[in-house]
Each structure stands twice: as structure tokens, then as C-alpha cells.
Write a protein that binds this ligand. Structure first.
Ligand code: APR
Length: 234
């Protein structure tokens, strides 16, 4: 007997800060974004942490409180719904846990996670924070100061090796709420198969974004994502 092998279509999402904007979390490069109010080199580099660890820890302690108060928005919830009918993998540049809290089960954080701490001398020592702060004097089991488990500018992005083959297998690629300004994350879009259906959801459209063959949905994620999910689930 021939069995019909009907593989679930694979949907891969690459999300950025715009995904969480309607949950009240600031983006980086919009007006009044995080990088407008903070100098990256004071709060998001290994040199900054070496120079003024307390300033860096407080920057992320503030963002952690904001993430705790935020709720998944309609876009996060719609992506979680997709899992009923598709094999969905979310590759996010975001350090919040809103995709997981919306119910998505396959989420890869390229730039780390706000609710995890790690040893500053042994990257394999990672500790859940469960919403608590990291303060000067909080140390790992080897006695070194804890740091946020976040990829800072100038640091390697270890998860990119896991992300590339996922994008290479996509039947559908959705790029949501990212300026594609930061590599290697932005380079992932080039690994999608030529036959994949590609969508770019951003209220600014693709202004200044140099990628091709994408269906552009120039809407906020909270509107554009549920609409696209509805179309795909029909
Ligand atoms: N819905 C969808 N997109 C939105 C919304 C919204 N409601 N609001 C803003 N955007 C879009 C903006 O138009 C912009 O294109 O989200 C994008 C946000 O871009 P950035 O602020 O550059 O954020 P992101 O692309 O995630 O930054 C990538 O840079 O600073 C590093 O590590 C940091 O992960 C971050 C990386």
C-alpha cells in the first residue's frame, strides 16, 4: 500500500523588535527607540560591561521589568495558532519571551534571552532569572560576576549555525518587524529556497531594505500577521 507522505509545510519566521512594539516594548531604531536614548557602546558591548558593569546590568534590569509587564500581542498569538497546521519555527532577534508566552513551541533566540543570566567566565553556565535582577556581586558557581545572557555588539552569534539550515528548509518565510540592519541575523533571508513564499511585514514597508521577491505587507504586526495567518489557514 502506498502511503501518502504529506509533510506539513514548514513556516519559518524571522522576527525583530517591531514584533513586540504593540506589546509596549521599544524598538531600537524607530524614533524614541532604545538606541536614541542610550549609547550602544555604553550598555550593549563587552567593553561597556568591563568599564561600568552596574550601568549595563541596570539597563537590562529595566528592560527585564518591562518584558515582565508586557503581554503577547495579536501577532504573537496568531503565530502560535499557525502551529495547528504547519511546522513552525520562530527565529527571533528579540530577547523577550513573548513568542513563548503566546504559545509558540519552537523559538530560537539569536541574540539571547532577557530572563537568563550567565557566568562572565564560562558561557556554558546559564541560570534562569525568573524575573529577578542581576546585581553586582551576583556570581556563578565559579565565583565570577553574572552577566545577561545576551549577545552584545562585537560578540559572536552562536545560534546562527542552527538557524541557517532551518531557513534553508522553509516553504514559507515571514520576516516581521525588523529593519534587517544587524548581521548575521539579517543575512538569514538569503538562505531561503528560491521557491519559498516570502513575506515582509512592517508598517514602513521595505524602505531602505535591500531584499527581493518578498510580498510586502506594509502594516503593523498586530494587523498584518493575523491577516496573513488567516489567509494561510484558509
Ligand atoms: N509592527 C511591525 N513592525 C514594526 C512595528 C510594528 N508595530 N513598529 C515598528 N516596526 C518596525 C520598524 O519599522 C523597523 O523596521 O520594526 C523594525 C524595528 O527595527 P529595529 O529597531 O532595528 O529592531 P531590530 O531589527 O529587531 O534590531 C535588530 O539590533 O540592536 C540590535 O540586538 C538588537 O536584536 C536587535 C537587532
Amino acid at each position: 500500500m502506498d502511503f501518502l507522505i504529506c509533510r506539513m509545510k514548514r513556516i519559518v519566521i524571522l522576527s525583530g523588535a517591531g514584533m513586540s512594539a504593540e506589546s509596549g516594548l521599544k524598538t531600537f531604531r524607530d524614533s524614541d527607540g532604545l538606541w536614541e536614548n542610550h549609547n550602544v557602546y555604553d550598555v550593549a558591548t563587552p567593553e561597556a560591561f568591563a568599564r561600568d558593569p552596574e550601568l549595563v546590568l541596570n539597563f537590562y534590569n529595566e528592560r527585564r521589568l518591562q518584558v515582565l509587564e508586557a503581554e503577547p500581542n495579536k501577532a504573537h498569538l496568531a503565530l502560535a495558532d499557525l502551529e495547528k497546521h504547519f511546522h513552525v519555527t520562530i527565529i527571533t532577534q528579540n530577547i523577550d519571551n513573548l513568542h513563548e508566552r503566546a504559545g509558540s513551541t519552537r523559538v530560537l533566540h539569536l541574540h539571547g534571552e532577557i530572563d537568563l543570566a550567565r557566568s562572565s567566565i564560562d558561557a556554558s553556565l546559564i541560570y534562569p532569572l525568573n524575573g529577578s535582577q542581576i546585581n553586582i556581586g551576583d556570581t556563578c558557581e565559579k565565583g565570577s560576576q553574572l552577566r545577561p545572557h545576551i549577545v552584545w555588539f562585537g560578540e559572536p552569534v552562536p545560534m546562527i549555525e542552527e538557524a541557517i539550515p532551518i531557513v534553508e528548509l522553509a516553504d514559507i518565510l515571514m520576516v516581521i518587524g525588523t529593519s534587517l540592519a544587524v548581521y548575521p541575523a539579517a543575512g538569514l533571508v538569503n538562505y531561503a529556497p528560491h521557491f519559498a513564499d516570502k513575506f515582509y511585514i512592517d508598517p514602513n514597508g521595505m524602505d531602505g531594505v535591500n531584499i527581493h521577491n518578498f510580498n510586502v505587507i506594509a502594516k503593523k504586526a498586530g494587523d498584518g500577521v493575523p491577516e496573513l495567518v488567516m489567509r494561510l489557514l484558509e
